[in-house]
Design a protein around this ligand. Structure first.
Ligand code: SAM
Length: 295
């Protein structure tokens, strides 16, 4: 797809470039934050599955603004893919489902704890629905597992989820670990997508760390989330998690068009007289390069 056609399709992508963000996803985090005010007093953060880095850019700006002196702000960002440097961000390349990466993240905090952990992880989809859903759930469980080791009591956790069959059980499990659990759908996330974000606040101090050595994922085994008593309950008796649309009336964090707030499912032409901007950061080692060199 050509640069211009993507520009034409996506007003959030164009606005992100105007503001210097590497990806349109920046708006998702900004809109979630405008609703939940998660970042207003944080100085230490972890960004899991961070490439190309627009969430890390937002974190770096906010942590720097909140910290009394620059040296007390800390952002650790991790991705499978190589990421171009971002001022104030400590970048690690690795798989968040591996023990080595989890340990490296924990070590980067040198015994201190983070105020917030965020994860926008998404696997490359295979098109085989069950496999895609399984890999996505492994990413989420790995993120939660790492979170139990690096998050301070009372801290927050935000992660991308796909609202599928077993999401009710996930919410019940998260409520064992956090005081408040909500689902956020920023206006920058397409309505046509089942993507949403779980926003967990008030990490419970008494929560035991999940064992990193046991491997991640699964239900009820070593390295997985505990099973809630409510597993026995019917869907109807379960706690209803608030579903919150964010960024709706917030011109600071969403593009505004002549007709009002932008709709992320619609295409908007580039304004007359405006040029298409270059991407803020080209991928530094995209996987398709190695495919091209082999073929
Ligand atoms: N939040 C990012 C931003 O604002 O630029 C966008 C993240 S992108 C939607 C999802 C990322 O998840 C991809 O960069 C992908 O490489 C990463 N990812 C997928 N599986 C991963 C894994 N097992 N470990 C680390 N990163 C992973």
């Amino acid at each position: 797809m050509g640069k211009l056609s993507k520009d034409k399709r996506d007003i959030f992508y164009r606005r992100a470039k105007e503001l210097g963000y590497r990806a349109r996803s920046a708006f998702k985090l900004l809109q979630i934050d405008s609703e939940f005010h998660l970042l207003s007093s944080c100085t230490r953060a972890v960004d899991l599955c961070a490439a190309p880095g627009s969430w890390s850019q937002v974190l770096a700006e906010k942590m720097k603004a909140n910290a009394k002196d620059e040296s007390s702000a800390k952002v650790v960002s991790v991705d499978l893919q190589a990421m171009a440097p971002i001022d104030g961000v400590d970048i690690l390349q690795g798989d968040i489902t591996s023990l080595a990466t989890a340990t490296a993240i924990i070590n980067r905090f040198e015994g201190e704890l983070a105020d917030i952990v965020i994860s926008d992880g998404a696997p490359d989809v295979t098109g085989l629905h069950d496999i895609d859903e399984y890999i996505q759930s492994q990413l989420l469980l790995a993120a939660i597992n790492i979170t139990t080791h690096v998050l301070r009591p009372g801290g927050s956790f935000v992660a991308k989820i796909f609202r599928g069959r077993d999401v009710g059980l996930l919410f019940d499990q998260l409520r064992l670990v956090f005081d408040r659990v909500s689902i956020a759908k920023p206006t920058s996330s397409r309505n046509s997508s089942i993507e949403a974000f779980v926003v967990c606040q008030g990490f419970k101090q008494q929560m035991a760390k999940l064992p990193l050595e046991g491997g991640f994922g699964g239900t009820g085994g070593s390295g997985s989330l505990p099973l809630p008593d409510s597993l026995e309950k019917s869907e109807r008796d379960r706690f209803a998690v608030p579903f919150i649309a964010c960024g709706t009336l917030d011109p600071e964090h969403a593009p505004v068009t002549k007709e009002g707030f932008a709709d992320s499912d619609r295409s908007y032409g580039v304004d007359e007289g405006k040029d298409s901007l270059k991407p803020v950061q080209q991928p530094i080692k995209p996987p398709y390069e190695s495919w091209k060199s082999r073929n």
